[in-house]
Design a binder for this molecule. Structure first.
Ligand code: OAD
Length: 253
């Protein structure tokens, strides 16, 4: 569990941030933990230590218990709407604005805190919890808007009964292709990858650190605890997103 970050490693990563022409930042649930949003796999507090992902994060679970799953996501959505970007989100967005063309943020998070911090171009690998889509593709295509189906938990299409579901990626589903392509492109081209607040347990996101390293980038991890991809990193900085990203990314020094 959390030690202080090694000052020599911190200085080395800072130097690479300053020198890098392209920085790719991969974020996970730990990025938003200090905004009050629960992670998934932290012991005791992680969502998957209290709730069953087979029910709450799969098409089969949704089909079996649509109201239960819809209500769980509705509750999470409310928490995310109330949450505010933390100092880590703000430091990333400020860095991106101060060094145009340098930063790519790739997130596994389904909240919108990077965007609200001021980095709307964030690549979302796992979807957007505030958006909705049809459970099965609607034959009427775009003409049939899931947001218009407002009645019911979950809302249903008044004509065919199709259910509305949260627009997030569930286990066993493909990630959005354009987001994956953009994330892999950024990982292959960066000089420095910062991996912030992810356990590295979920693929293909977890593979981006390896992709970056194999392509010649330096890799640094920011996490108060061990992750499954620590071996990919040149430096592991023990600490939290909101405490370590501001000093790492401060362009005024
Ligand atoms: P996890 O819950 O698996 O991992 C969260 C990581 O954040 C852990 O390694 C913690 O040690 C670390 N952490 C906790 N607090 C932190 C803080 N303040 N600062 C920095 N790090 C901190 O979350 P993910 O790796 O994001 O899928 O999980 C990947 C995917 O699994 C999620 O996107 C989600 C889940 O099923 C979907 O929602 C589709």
């Amino acid at each position: 569990m959390a030690e202080a970050p090694d000052p020599v490693a911190l200085a080395a990563v800072r130097a690479h941030v300053d020198a890098a022409r392209r920085v790719c930042v991969l974020t996970g649930a730990g990025m938003s933990a200090e905004s009050g949003i629960a992670t998934f796999r932290d012991p005791a507090t992680g969502l998957w230590s209290k709730f069953d992902p087979a029910v709450l994060a799969s098409v089969e679970g949704f089909r079996a218990q649509p109201q239960h799953v819809w209500d769980w996501y509705a509750q999470r959505r409310e928490g995310m709407r109330r949450a505010r970007p933390n100092a880590g989100h703000l430091a990333l967005a400020a860095f991106g604005r101060q060094r145009p063309g340098v930063l790519t943020v790739v997130t596994q998070n389904v909240d919108d805190l990077h965007q609200r911090a001021g980095w709307p171009e964030t690549i979302r690998l796992h979807g957007d919890i505030l958006a909705a889509r049809w459970l099965t593709p609607c034959p009427r295509g775009k003409a049939c808007d899931p947001a218009a189906a407002a009645v019911g938990r979950p809302p249903r299409c008044a004509e065919c009964g199709n259910l509305v579901r949260p627009d997030v990626v569930w286990f066993g589903e493909m990630l959005p292709e354009r987001a994956v392509d953009a994330a892999e492109h950024a990982a292959r081209r960066c000089d420095l990858m910062l991996v912030v607040g992810t356990s590295g347990a979920v693929w293909p996101a977890a593979g981006l650190a390896h992709t970056a390293r194999r392509a010649g980038a330096r890799v640094a991890i920011v996490n108060p605890d061990d992750s499954e991809i620590d071996d990919e990193a040149h430096w592991v900085l023990r600490g939290t997103a909101a405490t370590l990203l501001p000093p790492l990314l401060d362009t005024r020094r």
